[in-house]
Design a protein around this ligand. Structure first.
Ligand SMILES: [Zn+2]
Length: 505
Protein backbone atom coordinates (compact mmCIF):
# COMPACT_ATOMS: atom_id res chain seq x y z
CA UNK A 1 0.00 0.00 0.00
CA UNK A 2 2.97 2.34 0.40
CA UNK A 3 2.95 3.40 -3.25
CA UNK A 4 -0.77 4.22 -3.25
CA UNK A 5 -0.21 6.70 -0.44
CA UNK A 6 2.07 8.65 -2.76
CA UNK A 7 0.01 8.69 -5.95
CA UNK A 8 -3.69 9.05 -6.69
CA UNK A 9 -5.39 5.68 -6.44
CA UNK A 10 -6.80 4.18 -9.60
CA UNK A 11 -10.48 3.28 -9.08
CA UNK A 12 -12.98 1.63 -11.44
CA UNK A 13 -16.78 1.99 -11.31
CA UNK A 14 -19.20 -0.81 -12.18
CA UNK A 15 -22.62 -2.09 -11.24
CA UNK A 16 -26.03 -3.37 -12.26
CA UNK A 17 -29.23 -2.57 -10.43
CA UNK A 18 -32.84 -3.66 -10.55
CA UNK A 19 -35.54 -4.65 -8.08
CA UNK A 20 -36.97 -7.76 -9.72
CA UNK A 21 -39.97 -9.77 -8.52
CA UNK A 22 -39.79 -13.51 -9.00
CA UNK A 23 -43.56 -13.65 -8.51
CA UNK A 24 -44.26 -11.81 -11.77
CA UNK A 25 -43.97 -13.56 -15.13
CA UNK A 26 -42.44 -10.36 -16.57
CA UNK A 27 -38.84 -10.50 -17.86
CA UNK A 28 -36.26 -7.73 -18.09
CA UNK A 29 -33.90 -7.50 -21.09
CA UNK A 30 -30.52 -5.76 -21.30
CA UNK A 31 -31.68 -2.43 -22.87
CA UNK A 32 -33.98 -1.85 -19.87
CA UNK A 33 -30.80 -1.35 -17.79
CA UNK A 34 -29.93 1.75 -19.87
CA UNK A 35 -26.23 0.89 -19.60
CA UNK A 36 -23.99 3.92 -19.10
CA UNK A 37 -20.33 3.95 -20.04
CA UNK A 38 -17.41 6.38 -19.64
CA UNK A 39 -18.35 10.01 -19.05
CA UNK A 40 -22.08 9.17 -18.85
CA UNK A 41 -21.24 7.54 -15.52
CA UNK A 42 -19.68 10.74 -14.21
CA UNK A 43 -22.85 12.60 -15.26
CA UNK A 44 -24.98 10.13 -13.30
CA UNK A 45 -22.92 10.76 -10.17
CA UNK A 46 -22.24 14.45 -10.87
CA UNK A 47 -23.20 15.49 -7.32
CA UNK A 48 -19.97 14.08 -5.94
CA UNK A 49 -17.93 12.83 -8.93
CA UNK A 50 -18.56 15.66 -11.37
CA UNK A 51 -15.67 17.63 -12.88
CA UNK A 52 -13.81 19.58 -10.20
CA UNK A 53 -15.33 17.84 -7.18
CA UNK A 54 -13.04 16.87 -4.33
CA UNK A 55 -13.60 13.14 -4.81
CA UNK A 56 -13.10 13.37 -8.57
CA UNK A 57 -9.70 14.97 -7.99
CA UNK A 58 -8.76 12.53 -5.25
CA UNK A 59 -8.45 9.52 -7.56
CA UNK A 60 -7.86 8.46 -11.13
CA UNK A 61 -11.36 7.19 -12.07
CA UNK A 62 -12.07 4.49 -14.65
CA UNK A 63 -15.82 4.05 -15.22
CA UNK A 64 -16.58 0.65 -16.76
CA UNK A 65 -20.35 0.15 -17.05
CA UNK A 66 -23.26 0.97 -14.76
CA UNK A 67 -26.80 -0.16 -15.64
CA UNK A 68 -29.95 0.63 -13.67
CA UNK A 69 -33.40 -0.63 -14.63
CA UNK A 70 -36.82 0.33 -13.29
CA UNK A 71 -38.36 -2.29 -11.00
CA UNK A 72 -39.74 -5.19 -12.98
CA UNK A 73 -39.46 -8.89 -13.65
CA UNK A 74 -36.51 -11.24 -13.41
CA UNK A 75 -33.60 -10.35 -15.69
CA UNK A 76 -33.09 -12.83 -18.49
CA UNK A 77 -29.98 -15.01 -18.41
CA UNK A 78 -28.97 -13.41 -21.73
CA UNK A 79 -29.32 -9.86 -20.36
CA UNK A 80 -27.17 -10.70 -17.35
CA UNK A 81 -24.54 -12.45 -19.51
CA UNK A 82 -24.32 -9.57 -22.01
CA UNK A 83 -23.99 -6.85 -19.38
CA UNK A 84 -21.65 -8.72 -17.05
CA UNK A 85 -19.41 -9.83 -19.95
CA UNK A 86 -19.05 -6.22 -21.00
CA UNK A 87 -18.23 -5.12 -17.43
CA UNK A 88 -15.55 -7.80 -17.15
CA UNK A 89 -14.07 -7.01 -20.58
CA UNK A 90 -13.85 -3.33 -19.78
CA UNK A 91 -12.20 -4.03 -16.42
CA UNK A 92 -9.67 -6.39 -18.01
CA UNK A 93 -8.67 -3.64 -20.44
CA UNK A 94 -7.86 -1.23 -17.60
CA UNK A 95 -4.44 -0.63 -16.01
CA UNK A 96 -3.94 -2.32 -12.60
CA UNK A 97 -6.54 -0.99 -10.18
CA UNK A 98 -6.31 -0.04 -6.49
CA UNK A 99 -10.04 0.15 -5.91
CA UNK A 100 -13.45 -0.49 -7.40
CA UNK A 101 -16.79 1.06 -6.56
CA UNK A 102 -19.59 -1.48 -7.03
CA UNK A 103 -22.90 0.39 -7.18
CA UNK A 104 -25.87 -2.00 -7.11
CA UNK A 105 -29.42 -2.23 -5.86
CA UNK A 106 -29.12 -5.73 -4.43
CA UNK A 107 -32.47 -7.22 -5.48
CA UNK A 108 -31.58 -8.33 -9.00
CA UNK A 109 -32.91 -11.77 -9.78
CA UNK A 110 -31.67 -13.54 -12.88
CA UNK A 111 -33.10 -16.61 -14.61
CA UNK A 112 -31.27 -19.74 -13.46
CA UNK A 113 -29.04 -17.92 -10.95
CA UNK A 114 -29.12 -17.23 -7.24
CA UNK A 115 -27.39 -14.27 -5.59
CA UNK A 116 -26.69 -12.55 -8.91
CA UNK A 117 -24.82 -9.55 -7.50
CA UNK A 118 -22.37 -11.87 -5.68
CA UNK A 119 -21.92 -13.93 -8.86
CA UNK A 120 -21.09 -10.78 -10.80
CA UNK A 121 -18.76 -9.53 -8.08
CA UNK A 122 -16.88 -12.85 -8.10
CA UNK A 123 -16.37 -12.43 -11.85
CA UNK A 124 -15.22 -8.86 -11.28
CA UNK A 125 -12.74 -10.09 -8.64
CA UNK A 126 -11.32 -12.61 -11.09
CA UNK A 127 -10.83 -9.79 -13.59
CA UNK A 128 -9.27 -7.18 -11.28
CA UNK A 129 -7.34 -9.43 -8.89
CA UNK A 130 -7.51 -10.14 -5.15
CA UNK A 131 -5.70 -6.99 -3.96
CA UNK A 132 -8.26 -4.47 -5.21
CA UNK A 133 -10.33 -2.84 -2.47
CA UNK A 134 -14.03 -2.96 -3.37
CA UNK A 135 -16.71 -0.70 -1.89
CA UNK A 136 -20.31 -1.82 -2.46
CA UNK A 137 -23.20 0.64 -2.14
CA UNK A 138 -26.79 -0.58 -2.11
CA UNK A 139 -30.48 0.12 -1.65
CA UNK A 140 -31.75 -0.95 1.77
CA UNK A 141 -34.27 -3.15 -0.08
CA UNK A 142 -31.34 -5.17 -1.44
CA UNK A 143 -30.06 -8.42 0.04
CA UNK A 144 -26.63 -9.17 1.50
CA UNK A 145 -25.63 -12.84 1.36
CA UNK A 146 -22.50 -14.01 3.20
CA UNK A 147 -20.84 -14.28 -0.18
CA UNK A 148 -21.61 -10.68 -1.14
CA UNK A 149 -20.31 -9.52 2.25
CA UNK A 150 -17.18 -11.62 1.70
CA UNK A 151 -16.42 -10.33 -1.80
CA UNK A 152 -16.99 -6.70 -0.71
CA UNK A 153 -14.40 -4.96 1.46
CA UNK A 154 -16.65 -2.05 2.36
CA UNK A 155 -20.42 -2.34 2.12
CA UNK A 156 -23.26 0.01 2.99
CA UNK A 157 -26.82 1.03 2.10
CA UNK A 158 -29.35 3.82 2.43
CA UNK A 159 -30.64 4.78 5.86
CA UNK A 160 -33.93 6.30 4.66
CA UNK A 161 -37.06 4.96 2.96
CA UNK A 162 -38.21 6.78 0.83
CA UNK A 163 -34.55 7.02 -0.25
CA UNK A 164 -33.83 10.70 0.24
CA UNK A 165 -30.23 9.84 1.16
CA UNK A 166 -29.39 7.85 -1.98
CA UNK A 167 -26.69 10.24 -3.27
CA UNK A 168 -25.32 10.79 0.23
CA UNK A 169 -24.97 7.03 0.70
CA UNK A 170 -23.12 6.52 -2.59
CA UNK A 171 -20.84 9.44 -1.75
CA UNK A 172 -20.10 7.93 1.68
CA UNK A 173 -19.23 4.57 0.14
CA UNK A 174 -16.92 6.24 -2.37
CA UNK A 175 -15.32 8.54 0.20
CA UNK A 176 -14.60 5.67 2.57
CA UNK A 177 -12.98 3.76 -0.30
CA UNK A 178 -10.81 6.70 -1.34
CA UNK A 179 -9.74 7.36 2.25
CA UNK A 180 -8.84 3.71 2.90
CA UNK A 181 -6.71 3.75 -0.24
CA UNK A 182 -5.09 7.09 0.61
CA UNK A 183 -4.24 6.23 4.19
CA UNK A 184 -3.19 2.67 3.42
CA UNK A 185 -5.51 1.27 6.09
CA UNK A 186 -6.46 -1.67 3.87
CA UNK A 187 -9.42 -3.94 4.48
CA UNK A 188 -11.66 -3.21 7.48
CA UNK A 189 -13.24 -5.95 9.62
CA UNK A 190 -16.80 -6.89 8.63
CA UNK A 191 -19.44 -8.11 11.08
CA UNK A 192 -22.54 -9.57 9.39
CA UNK A 193 -25.75 -10.56 11.18
CA UNK A 194 -28.68 -12.14 9.32
CA UNK A 195 -32.09 -11.29 10.81
CA UNK A 196 -34.87 -13.81 10.07
CA UNK A 197 -37.48 -11.23 9.09
CA UNK A 198 -38.80 -10.45 5.60
CA UNK A 199 -40.90 -7.32 5.28
CA UNK A 200 -42.38 -5.28 2.43
CA UNK A 201 -41.28 -1.66 2.02
CA UNK A 202 -44.84 -0.60 2.88
CA UNK A 203 -44.19 -1.69 6.48
CA UNK A 204 -40.73 -0.22 6.87
CA UNK A 205 -40.86 3.46 5.96
CA UNK A 206 -38.27 5.25 8.09
CA UNK A 207 -40.66 8.20 8.33
CA UNK A 208 -42.73 6.29 10.87
CA UNK A 209 -42.18 3.93 13.79
CA UNK A 210 -40.72 1.48 14.39
CA UNK A 211 -38.30 1.83 11.45
CA UNK A 212 -37.73 5.47 12.33
CA UNK A 213 -36.20 4.63 15.72
CA UNK A 214 -34.36 1.55 14.46
CA UNK A 215 -32.72 3.43 11.60
CA UNK A 216 -31.94 6.39 13.87
CA UNK A 217 -29.44 4.05 15.57
CA UNK A 218 -27.49 3.41 12.36
CA UNK A 219 -25.67 6.74 12.20
CA UNK A 220 -24.93 6.49 15.92
CA UNK A 221 -23.44 3.02 15.42
CA UNK A 222 -21.34 4.32 12.52
CA UNK A 223 -20.05 7.19 14.68
CA UNK A 224 -18.58 4.91 17.37
CA UNK A 225 -14.76 4.90 17.69
CA UNK A 226 -13.26 2.12 15.59
CA UNK A 227 -16.33 1.85 13.34
CA UNK A 228 -16.14 2.85 9.66
CA UNK A 229 -19.73 2.33 8.49
CA UNK A 230 -22.96 0.66 9.60
CA UNK A 231 -26.08 -0.43 7.76
CA UNK A 232 -29.31 -2.38 8.04
CA UNK A 233 -30.89 -3.96 4.96
CA UNK A 234 -34.65 -4.62 5.07
CA UNK A 235 -34.16 -6.99 2.12
CA UNK A 236 -36.48 -7.55 -0.83
CA UNK A 237 -39.72 -9.36 -0.06
CA UNK A 238 -40.86 -10.34 -3.59
CA UNK A 239 -38.07 -12.68 -4.57
CA UNK A 240 -37.62 -16.22 -3.41
CA UNK A 241 -33.94 -16.93 -2.77
CA UNK A 242 -32.09 -18.01 0.39
CA UNK A 243 -30.60 -14.49 0.67
CA UNK A 244 -33.94 -12.67 0.96
CA UNK A 245 -34.19 -11.33 4.53
CA UNK A 246 -32.98 -8.47 6.70
CA UNK A 247 -29.26 -8.14 7.51
CA UNK A 248 -27.05 -5.80 9.55
CA UNK A 249 -23.41 -5.19 8.61
CA UNK A 250 -20.89 -3.03 10.43
CA UNK A 251 -17.34 -2.39 9.16
CA UNK A 252 -14.36 -0.92 10.99
CA UNK A 253 -11.02 -1.61 12.64
CA UNK A 254 -11.93 -2.24 16.28
CA UNK A 255 -13.18 -5.80 16.57
CA UNK A 256 -15.12 -5.26 19.79
CA UNK A 257 -16.84 -2.11 18.56
CA UNK A 258 -17.65 -3.54 15.12
CA UNK A 259 -19.16 -6.71 16.60
CA UNK A 260 -21.10 -4.89 19.32
CA UNK A 261 -22.62 -2.36 16.92
CA UNK A 262 -23.64 -5.03 14.41
CA UNK A 263 -25.37 -6.98 17.18
CA UNK A 264 -27.02 -3.84 18.51
CA UNK A 265 -28.53 -3.00 15.11
CA UNK A 266 -29.64 -6.57 14.41
CA UNK A 267 -31.29 -6.84 17.81
CA UNK A 268 -33.03 -3.46 17.41
CA UNK A 269 -34.50 -4.59 14.09
CA UNK A 270 -35.51 -8.03 15.39
CA UNK A 271 -37.12 -6.65 18.53
CA UNK A 272 -39.12 -4.15 16.47
CA UNK A 273 -40.36 -7.03 14.26
CA UNK A 274 -43.89 -7.37 15.63
CA UNK A 275 -44.36 -3.58 15.51
CA UNK A 276 -43.68 -3.22 11.77
CA UNK A 277 -47.05 -2.54 10.21
CA UNK A 278 -48.53 -1.07 7.07
CA UNK A 279 -48.29 2.68 6.62
CA UNK A 280 -52.01 2.86 5.80
CA UNK A 281 -55.10 0.88 6.83
CA UNK A 282 -55.30 -2.29 4.73
CA UNK A 283 -58.04 -4.68 3.71
CA UNK A 284 -59.24 -6.92 0.94
CA UNK A 285 -60.40 -5.05 -2.16
CA UNK A 286 -64.02 -5.61 -1.06
CA UNK A 287 -63.29 -4.16 2.38
CA UNK A 288 -61.56 -1.10 0.95
CA UNK A 289 -64.45 -0.49 -1.47
CA UNK A 290 -66.98 -0.81 1.36
CA UNK A 291 -64.98 1.70 3.39
CA UNK A 292 -64.64 4.11 0.47
CA UNK A 293 -68.35 4.01 -0.35
CA UNK A 294 -69.46 4.39 3.26
CA UNK A 295 -67.00 7.19 3.99
CA UNK A 296 -67.83 10.86 3.50
CA UNK A 297 -64.19 11.62 2.78
CA UNK A 298 -63.62 12.64 -0.84
CA UNK A 299 -61.58 11.78 -2.75
CA UNK A 300 -61.02 8.35 -1.26
CA UNK A 301 -57.90 6.62 -2.58
CA UNK A 302 -57.41 2.86 -2.80
CA UNK A 303 -53.96 1.42 -3.56
CA UNK A 304 -54.10 -1.60 -5.89
CA UNK A 305 -50.90 -2.67 -4.15
CA UNK A 306 -50.29 -6.19 -5.46
CA UNK A 307 -49.38 -4.91 -8.92
CA UNK A 308 -47.44 -1.75 -8.03
CA UNK A 309 -45.24 -1.26 -11.10
CA UNK A 310 -42.63 0.74 -9.19
CA UNK A 311 -41.98 -2.15 -6.80
CA UNK A 312 -41.66 -4.84 -9.46
CA UNK A 313 -45.26 -5.61 -10.48
CA UNK A 314 -45.96 -6.17 -14.17
CA UNK A 315 -48.45 -3.29 -14.06
CA UNK A 316 -50.96 -5.13 -16.24
CA UNK A 317 -52.72 -7.40 -13.73
CA UNK A 318 -56.46 -7.06 -14.40
CA UNK A 319 -57.81 -8.69 -11.24
CA UNK A 320 -58.78 -5.43 -9.51
CA UNK A 321 -60.26 -3.83 -12.63
CA UNK A 322 -62.34 -6.94 -13.27
CA UNK A 323 -63.76 -6.73 -9.71
CA UNK A 324 -64.57 -3.02 -10.13
CA UNK A 325 -66.42 -3.72 -13.39
CA UNK A 326 -68.56 -6.30 -11.58
CA UNK A 327 -69.54 -3.93 -8.76
CA UNK A 328 -72.78 -2.00 -9.37
CA UNK A 329 -71.75 0.55 -6.74
CA UNK A 330 -68.66 1.44 -8.76
CA UNK A 331 -70.55 1.47 -12.06
CA UNK A 332 -73.25 3.75 -10.59
CA UNK A 333 -73.12 6.97 -12.61
CA UNK A 334 -74.00 8.94 -9.48
CA UNK A 335 -70.41 8.36 -8.40
CA UNK A 336 -67.14 9.37 -10.05
CA UNK A 337 -64.49 6.67 -9.85
CA UNK A 338 -61.08 6.67 -11.55
CA UNK A 339 -58.96 3.61 -12.26
CA UNK A 340 -55.25 4.19 -12.99
CA UNK A 341 -54.30 2.24 -14.99
CA UNK A 342 -54.18 -0.72 -17.35
CA UNK A 343 -51.93 -1.19 -20.39
CA UNK A 344 -53.74 -2.22 -23.58
CA UNK A 345 -52.12 -1.16 -26.86
CA UNK A 346 -54.95 -2.57 -29.01
CA UNK A 347 -57.57 -0.91 -26.82
CA UNK A 348 -55.72 2.39 -27.14
CA UNK A 349 -55.56 2.05 -30.94
CA UNK A 350 -59.29 1.33 -31.08
CA UNK A 351 -60.12 4.33 -28.88
CA UNK A 352 -57.86 6.68 -30.87
CA UNK A 353 -59.40 5.59 -34.14
CA UNK A 354 -62.95 5.98 -32.83
CA UNK A 355 -62.23 9.36 -31.26
CA UNK A 356 -63.51 11.21 -28.19
CA UNK A 357 -67.25 10.70 -27.63
CA UNK A 358 -67.39 7.36 -29.44
CA UNK A 359 -68.54 4.16 -27.77
CA UNK A 360 -66.00 1.36 -28.03
CA UNK A 361 -65.62 -2.22 -26.90
CA UNK A 362 -62.01 -3.00 -26.00
CA UNK A 363 -59.87 -5.66 -24.37
CA UNK A 364 -56.89 -4.73 -22.18
CA UNK A 365 -54.36 -6.03 -19.67
CA UNK A 366 -52.85 -9.40 -18.73
CA UNK A 367 -50.45 -9.52 -21.68
CA UNK A 368 -47.58 -10.09 -19.22
CA UNK A 369 -49.15 -11.19 -15.95
CA UNK A 370 -52.25 -13.33 -16.48
CA UNK A 371 -51.68 -15.47 -13.40
CA UNK A 372 -54.68 -14.08 -11.50
CA UNK A 373 -57.07 -12.99 -14.27
CA UNK A 374 -57.08 -12.87 -18.06
CA UNK A 375 -57.53 -9.79 -20.25
CA UNK A 376 -60.71 -7.80 -19.50
CA UNK A 377 -63.21 -6.67 -22.12
CA UNK A 378 -65.45 -3.66 -21.53
CA UNK A 379 -67.66 -1.25 -23.45
CA UNK A 380 -67.57 2.47 -22.70
CA UNK A 381 -67.30 5.99 -24.03
CA UNK A 382 -63.94 7.51 -24.99
CA UNK A 383 -63.59 10.51 -22.68
CA UNK A 384 -60.05 11.60 -23.42
CA UNK A 385 -56.95 10.89 -25.53
CA UNK A 386 -53.43 12.14 -24.90
CA UNK A 387 -50.32 11.55 -26.99
CA UNK A 388 -46.67 12.00 -26.09
CA UNK A 389 -46.23 10.70 -22.56
CA UNK A 390 -42.64 9.52 -22.00
CA UNK A 391 -43.67 6.19 -20.49
CA UNK A 392 -47.19 5.49 -21.75
CA UNK A 393 -46.78 7.09 -25.23
CA UNK A 394 -50.58 7.22 -25.65
CA UNK A 395 -53.19 7.31 -22.87
CA UNK A 396 -56.95 7.15 -23.26
CA UNK A 397 -59.82 7.44 -20.78
CA UNK A 398 -62.75 5.10 -21.30
CA UNK A 399 -65.83 5.73 -19.15
CA UNK A 400 -67.89 2.70 -18.13
CA UNK A 401 -70.82 3.80 -15.97
CA UNK A 402 -69.25 5.90 -13.21
CA UNK A 403 -65.72 4.60 -13.59
CA UNK A 404 -63.12 6.31 -15.77
CA UNK A 405 -60.55 3.73 -16.80
CA UNK A 406 -57.14 4.99 -17.91
CA UNK A 407 -55.79 2.68 -20.61
CA UNK A 408 -52.19 3.15 -21.75
CA UNK A 409 -50.21 1.95 -24.73
CA UNK A 410 -47.27 1.10 -22.44
CA UNK A 411 -47.21 0.77 -18.66
CA UNK A 412 -46.91 3.94 -16.64
CA UNK A 413 -47.08 4.77 -12.93
CA UNK A 414 -49.62 7.45 -11.91
CA UNK A 415 -47.89 9.36 -9.11
CA UNK A 416 -48.60 13.02 -9.90
CA UNK A 417 -51.77 15.13 -9.99
CA UNK A 418 -50.95 16.25 -13.53
CA UNK A 419 -50.88 12.61 -14.66
CA UNK A 420 -54.66 12.77 -14.11
CA UNK A 421 -55.50 16.40 -14.91
CA UNK A 422 -53.58 16.16 -18.19
CA UNK A 423 -56.19 13.61 -19.26
CA UNK A 424 -59.10 15.84 -18.32
CA UNK A 425 -59.71 13.96 -15.07
CA UNK A 426 -60.34 15.76 -11.79
CA UNK A 427 -59.19 13.43 -9.00
CA UNK A 428 -59.78 16.04 -6.29
CA UNK A 429 -63.50 15.96 -7.09
CA UNK A 430 -63.73 12.22 -7.62
CA UNK A 431 -65.36 9.89 -5.12
CA UNK A 432 -62.98 6.97 -5.47
CA UNK A 433 -59.52 6.85 -7.07
CA UNK A 434 -57.92 3.41 -7.46
CA UNK A 435 -54.20 3.45 -8.35
CA UNK A 436 -51.62 0.72 -8.92
CA UNK A 437 -49.27 1.83 -6.16
CA UNK A 438 -48.16 0.88 -2.64
CA UNK A 439 -47.82 3.79 -0.24
CA UNK A 440 -49.14 6.95 -1.86
CA UNK A 441 -46.54 9.17 -3.45
CA UNK A 442 -46.52 12.70 -1.91
CA UNK A 443 -48.89 14.45 -4.39
CA UNK A 444 -51.48 11.70 -4.14
CA UNK A 445 -51.09 11.55 -0.38
CA UNK A 446 -51.77 15.29 -0.17
CA UNK A 447 -54.86 14.94 -2.37
CA UNK A 448 -56.36 11.93 -0.58
CA UNK A 449 -59.00 12.72 2.07
CA UNK A 450 -59.30 8.99 2.74
CA UNK A 451 -56.93 6.16 1.89
CA UNK A 452 -56.74 2.39 2.23
CA UNK A 453 -54.32 -0.10 0.76
CA UNK A 454 -56.09 -3.04 -0.90
CA UNK A 455 -54.23 -6.33 -0.53
CA UNK A 456 -54.71 -7.33 -4.14
CA UNK A 457 -52.92 -10.17 -5.95
CA UNK A 458 -49.95 -9.62 -8.26
CA UNK A 459 -46.18 -9.85 -8.48
CA UNK A 460 -45.70 -7.64 -5.40
CA UNK A 461 -48.57 -8.96 -3.28
CA UNK A 462 -48.33 -7.33 0.16
CA UNK A 463 -49.71 -10.48 1.75
CA UNK A 464 -46.34 -12.22 1.62
CA UNK A 465 -47.40 -15.48 3.18
CA UNK A 466 -49.85 -16.36 0.39
CA UNK A 467 -47.23 -15.79 -2.34
CA UNK A 468 -45.64 -19.17 -1.72
CA UNK A 469 -41.95 -18.50 -1.04
CA UNK A 470 -40.21 -21.87 -0.74
CA UNK A 471 -36.48 -21.12 -1.04
CA UNK A 472 -36.11 -18.56 1.76
CA UNK A 473 -34.46 -19.73 4.98
CA UNK A 474 -36.75 -20.79 7.80
CA UNK A 475 -37.88 -20.02 10.38
CA UNK A 476 -38.62 -16.52 9.11
CA UNK A 477 -41.14 -13.92 10.15
CA UNK A 478 -43.94 -13.54 9.06
CA UNK A 479 -43.91 -17.06 7.56
CA UNK A 480 -43.46 -18.84 10.92
CA UNK A 481 -44.85 -18.33 14.40
CA UNK A 482 -42.76 -15.79 16.33
CA UNK A 483 -41.80 -18.35 18.98
CA UNK A 484 -38.16 -18.86 18.03
CA UNK A 485 -35.01 -17.17 19.28
CA UNK A 486 -32.66 -16.31 16.42
CA UNK A 487 -28.88 -16.31 16.68
CA UNK A 488 -28.06 -12.60 16.41
CA UNK A 489 -24.37 -12.79 17.28
CA UNK A 490 -21.92 -11.04 14.97
CA UNK A 491 -20.31 -13.22 12.30
CA UNK A 492 -16.92 -11.84 11.28
CA UNK A 493 -16.67 -12.45 7.55
CA UNK A 494 -13.23 -13.34 6.20
CA UNK A 495 -11.43 -10.63 4.20
CA UNK A 496 -12.07 -10.87 0.45
CA UNK A 497 -8.52 -12.09 -0.22
CA UNK A 498 -8.91 -15.06 2.16
CA UNK A 499 -11.28 -18.03 1.81
CA UNK A 500 -14.78 -17.68 3.23
CA UNK A 501 -15.02 -19.97 6.25
CA UNK A 502 -17.79 -20.92 8.65
CA UNK A 503 -21.19 -22.49 8.04
CA UNK A 504 -23.26 -21.48 5.06
CA UNK A 505 -26.19 -19.59 6.55
ZN1 LIG B 1 -35.59 0.68 -2.14
Amino acid sequence: MSDTTRRRPLIAIAGLGIEASTFSPARTEAPAFHPMRGSEIFDRYAAFLGEGTELRRAADWHPALVGKALPGGTATAAAFATLSDEIVERLRAMPPLDGLWYDIHGAMTVEGLADAEAVLLRRIREAVGPDVLISTTMDLHGNVSRELAHQSDLITCYRMAPHEDAEETKERGVRNLVERLQNGAGRPLKAWVPIPVLLPGEKTSTRIEPAKSVYAQVSDAAAQPGVLDAAIWVGYAWADEPRNRAVAVVTGDDEAAVGAQAERLARAFWEAGPAFDFVAPVGSLAETLDAAIESDKRPYFISDSGDNPTAGGAGDVTWTLARLLEDPRVLDTQRVAIYASIPGPDAVATAVEAGVGATVTVTAGAAVDDVHEGPVTFTGVVDGIRHGDRDAEIEVVIRVGGVRIIVTKLRKPYHLERDFTGLGLDPRNADIVVVKIGYLEPELYDMAAGWMMALTPGGVDQDLVRLGHDRIRRPMLPFDAPDFDPDLHARFIAPSNEPLTGPDE
